[in-house]
Design a protein around this ligand. Structure first.
Ligand code: TXA
Ligand code: MG
Length: 322
């Protein structure tokens, strides 16, 4: 792959120049790899939708390199947004706020709001600040497929349709950012993610609300998503697992912690049952299982607290019917 480059200072400079000229750069963040373009350039943003095969109703997250960069993107910054930014930025928290006229409609899929995030990965921060423009970036995977936690995954699925892929190894968090929308007096959790919702609630001093199913606030939150080609089934008991093994040829079982004596092909997502490790390894395990030609990926659920909430959200979407 000629476009797959190690994220050295020289290559990050090259990539920043490409962004400035309207090109596409895949880059590491602490959550997953992103597919970036100049968020203020409608033609560059259009290429993101094209390369990902992403429907035009699904808005993008705009990435910045400093808290100050947010001001030109939003109409106003409520005090609660400032409190969350000072507590959690840079990091895996995306805020949805009323947008300014600087942000073209294609970036927000026509919505009056914009999603903004300051990633903590040093390569992402360096790239965005050298480019000197805010960077719109969805996860760097074909639409609906497993999100990439390594540059190789990006190269294998998007290939030469991206101008440059910056390689900085595996991402540390492994699930996407938590998305919170602030609207009037309400704060909504639009997507559980790498920052536990409990942390956000601690700073806000009240619980986050969940948007209703029909709410247009959370466009792009489709039932099926993050899914490998291989069928994913959440199994709630050993009985269910052994039934699957009897029904299908090749079954891979993913477990959150080591457990010995289980029959069949088993992979442990963490050596210690640590939810941070499970999240970091989840997408990679789904991706690899797809390549290894399993017929079914069986997964044992984890408790839905902290990062467990994001993990179960991704697993439910990956296992939803086509
Ligand atoms: O961790 C992440 O957030 C990664 C990395 C690359 O930063 N990015 C990411 O982007 O997950 P993406 O495109 O896969 O997910 C963005 C989602 C959209 O599908 C949509 O649901 C929500 O963010 N979103 C974006 N703008 C929005 C808006 N104005 N209002 C409501 N939801 C919005
Ligand atoms: Mg995505």
């Amino acid at each position: 792959m000629r476009n797959l480059l190690p994220a050295t200072e020289e290559n990050v400079r090259r990539a920043a120049e490409i962004l400035r000229r309207g090109g596409l750069v895949a880059f590491p963040t602490e959550t997953v790899y992103g597919l970036g373009a100049n968020a203020l350039d409608p033609r560059a943003v259009a290429r993101i939708y094209e390369v990902k095969g992403r429907p035009s109703f699904d808005p993008l997250i705009v990435h910045v390199a400093s808290r100050e960069d947010v001001h030109r993107l939003v109409e106003s910054l409520p005090p609660e947004a400032e409190a969350l930014m000072s507590e959690f930025w840079p990091g895996p928290l995306t805020l949805v706020l009323p947008k300014s006229d600087a942000v073209p409609p294609i970036t927000t899929a026509g919505l009056p709001t914009v999603a903004v995030r300051m990633p903590s990965h040093p390569v992402a921060l360096r790239l965005i600040s050298l480019a000197g423009v805010p960077v719109a970036a969805p996860s760097a995977n074909p639409f609906g497929y497993v999100s990439p936690t390594s540059a190789r995954q990006v190269a294998e699925t998007l290939g030469d349709r991206v101008d440059v892929i910056l390689d900085a190894g595996r991402t540390s968090i492994g699930v996407e950012s938590t998305i919170v929308a602030l609207r009037g007096d309400d704060a909504f959790l639009l997507r559980p993610g790498g920052l536990p919702a409990e942390e956000v609630e601690r700073v806000l001093g009240r619980p986050l609300k969940l948007p209703s199913e029909s709410d247009v606030m959370a466009p792009g939150m489709l039932k099926r998503h993050y899914a490998p080609r291989t069928r994913v089934i959440i199994v709630n008991s050993w009985e269910e697992y052994y039934r699957l093994r009897a029904m299908y040829g090749r079954v891979l079982l993913l477990l959150p912690r080591p457990l010995h004596g289980v029959e069949g092909d088993v992979r442990f997502l963490s050596e210690r049952g640590d939810m941070g490790e499970v999240a970091a390894n989840l997408f990679g395990a789904l991706y690899e299982a797809d390549r290894e030609g399993y017929e079914v990926i069986a997964v044992m659920p984890v408790p839905e607290v902290g990062l467990g909430r994001a993990i179960m959200n991704r697993l439910r979407k990956a296992s939803a019917p086509r």
